[in-house]
Write a protein that binds this ligand. Structure first.
Ligand code: ADP
Ligand code: MG
Length: 623
């Protein structure tokens, strides 16, 4: 069209589209899931705005928050329409092509190695999956603040936008028209579409309709010709026999009619919008939770969530919540930990979706969790800013953290690999599926252990609960992970402190001269090898009344030796000589020690100074 304005796709987006177009990926169905999810997001947005401005929804059909699907076999077009927020011309330019999202290149990279398109939604580029099935796509959109526009592209590196003067006015919302490729004609089959929509819309909270055909029986005047008798079913026959008796006296008054099949079209509702979180946890099956997780996470791989917690909080602040521990950490979990504002929790107030960027609900260290909170206590008709300051949020947050930590603790309790104490054995018995739970906590730890450590640093209130979840290797753990409780259960009688050492690797630490004497005396020493551990140990001072002692630092006491005083006395001159010959800029003191066995001397850090490992970390950060 001559009035169309042309745009080029941003380079990364263009690459992504090429990959999709040429993909041999067999599960092309996923485009429908992405389009339904976008329609649902757009509906959530307009519904949220309507809370503070009723006018915004308009009247009549416009105010119906719904999704409609139509099949046009003749023109080979599948269209999906929503009455959501719509897009202005500027939105169309930005959202569909010129501004690449942060996930775009990450996804392109992933596609090149795995070829698995299933996770496209997680990377924020789900829309482009339409090119799995279509070679030409039109997006018609009407936003309250702008005229109706059409975005169109044949995925040839460019798209065009025109003011829409020829299509029927949408009122408000978006219609996506997919001109299906020859090999994707199956998406015009009503039965197939219905199945797919049902599958992909299980957790969509808006009604989805399909313009479906229906065979109905209509009564038409019967003609004299009885030739189609043969098609009648036995049931009809018996009816006829009944009729035969009556016909004797009614025959002449009533004209004879007969039933014929006729095809009509009408909007057919495909989903049931009862929210899973409103149901009693006892009634929801494991499979339903897994599917719910997948739709929340946009994770349609075969992985199951590691754990979930579905509960109903009562009292001053009422809410229902479902939390999930995902099977894997998202690709960017720690990439931008301190400056990201992304939470994975959806907030609903009385069934109305409010936001999924509500950082007041969970602390940052739990941002790896996914889920949803629906509160009856929070007010509905206030702005997001007002809501963010609502006093109930603190209570909700506190409860969510408790429940989250309980859920994580249970992963460990139900893992047969974890421990041997009785309580945990009992937990295993009741859970039954040992095999699935085996090694689960190690998997959890490998994916999210760092979050637990960050929690210990950041959350003083829950520090002890979090410390219980901590895992590490030690000089006695035999290559396996162990916990503080297990360490304590193995402590020698008379041992007061929990010993640990920090360094860059277990191999390096095992050879450390600081360990010689401790090993010989059969003390267990924890190995902390993650850079974050240095910070962690600045916050974790004690656990169950036991102090932590870094064995490379001053203050290590391995019990009194009767010879200590004697040795100190006899080496007095030597230590004095050392002190005068070593500059005080470099050492604070020179002492006789009982911490060594074979090594003649070691450099020890003062109690409040940086350990050698910390020096190493700081150096690598400033370089
Ligand atoms: P995501 O949904 O993860 O943001 P998509 O690639 O699916 O990524 O969609 C890109 C953007 O296009 C959306 O964020 C939204 O702004 C816009 N969009 C897509 N579909 C619709 C729609 N039906 N109504 C309004 N906006 C839409
Ligand atoms: Mg999307």
């Amino acid at each position: 069209r001559s009035s169309a304005e042309k745009f080029e796709f941003q380079a990364e987006v263009s690459r992504l589209m090429d990959i999709i177009i040429n993909s041999l990926y067999s599960n092309k169905d996923i485009f429908l899931r992405e389009l339904i999810s976008n329609a649902s997001d757009a509906l959530d947005k307009i519904r949220f705005l309507s809370l503070t401005d009723k006018e915004i929804l308009g009247e009549g059909d416009n105010s119906k928050l719904e999704i409609q699907i139509k099949l046009d076999k003749e023109n080979k077009v599948l269209s999906i329409r929503d009455r959501g927020i719509g897009m202005t011309k500027e939105d169309l330019v930005k959202n569909l092509g010129t501004i690449a999202k942060s996930g775009t290149s990450a996804f392109v990279e992933k596609m090149q190695t795995s070829g698995d398109l299933n996770l496209i939604g997680q990377f924020g580029v789900g829309f482009y999956s339409v090119y799995l099935v279509a070679d030409y796509v039109e997006v018609i959109s009407k936003h309250n603040d702008d005229k109706q526009h059409v975005w169109e592209s044949k995925a040839d590196g460019a798209f065009a936008i025109s003011e829409d003067t020829w299509n029927e006015p949408l009122g408000r919302g978006t219609e996506i028209r997919l001109h299906l490729r020859d090999e994707a004609q199956e998406y015009l089959e009503e039965g197939k579409l219905k199945d797919l929509v049902k599958r992909y819309s299980e957790f969509i909270n808006f009604p989805i309709y399909i313009w479906g055909s229906k065979e109905i029986d209509v009564e038409v005047p019967a003609d004299e010709d009885e030739s189609n008798d043969g098609e009648e079913s036995p049931e009809d026959k018996s009816e006829e026999e009944d009729d035969a008796e009556k016909s004797e006296d009614e025959d002449s008054e009533k004209p004879k009619t007969k039933k014929v099949k006729e095809t009509t079209y009408e909007w057919e509702l495909l989903n049931d919008v009862k929210a899973i979180w409103l149901r009693s946890p006892k009634e929801v099956t494991e499979e339903e939770y897994t599917k719910f997780y997948r739709s929340l996470a946009k994770d349609f791989s075969d992985d199951k969530p590691m754990a979930w917690s579905h509960f109903n909080a009562e009292g001053d602040v009422e809410f229902k919540a479902v939390l999930f521990v995902p099977p894997k950490a998202p690709h960017d979990l720690y990439e931008s930990y301190y400056n990201s504002k992304k939470s994975n929790l959806k907030l609903y107030v009385r069934r109305v979706f409010i936001s999924d960027e509500f950082d007041e609900l969970l602390p940052k260290y739990l941002s790896f969790l996914l889920g949803l909170v629906d509160s009856d206590t929070l007010p509905l008709n206030v702005s997001r800013e007002m809501l963010q300051q609502h006093s109930s949020l603190k209570t909700i947050k506190k409860k969510l953290i408790r429940k989250a930590l309980d859920m994580i603790r249970k992963i460990a309790e139900e893992d047969p690999d974890e421990s041997s104490d009785k309580e945990k054995k009992d937990a295993q018995k009741s859970s039954g599926d040992d095999d699935e739970k085996k090694g689960q906590y190690t998997r959890f730890w490998n994916e999210f252990g760092k979050s637990i450590k960050l929690g210990i640093i950041e959350d003083a209130t829950n520090r002890n609960r979090l410390a219980k979840l901590l895992r590490f290797e030690s000089s006695k753990s035999d290559g396996k992970l162990t916990s503080l409780d297990q360490y304590i259960s193995r402590m020698k009688s008379g041992q007061k402190d929990i010993f640990y050492i920090t360094g860059s690797s277990k191999e390096q630490l095992e050879k450390s001269p600081f360990l010689e004497r401790l090993k010989k005396k059969n003390y267990e020493v924890i190995f902390f090898t993650d850079p974050v551990d240095e910070y962690l140990m600045q916050y974790l001072m004690d656990y169950e009344d036991k102090k932590f002692q870094n064995v490379s630092k001053e203050g290590l006491k391995l019990g009194k030796d009767s010879k200590d005083k004697e040795l100190k006395e006899s080496f007095k001159d030597l230590t004095k000589w050392w002190k005068t010959h070593l500059s005080f800029d470099n050492v604070d003191d020179v002492k006789v020690s009982n911490r060594l066995d074979n090594t003649p001397c070691v450099v020890v850090t003062s109690k409040y100074g940086w350990s050698a490992n910390m020096e190493r970390i700081m150096q690598s950060q400033t370089l």
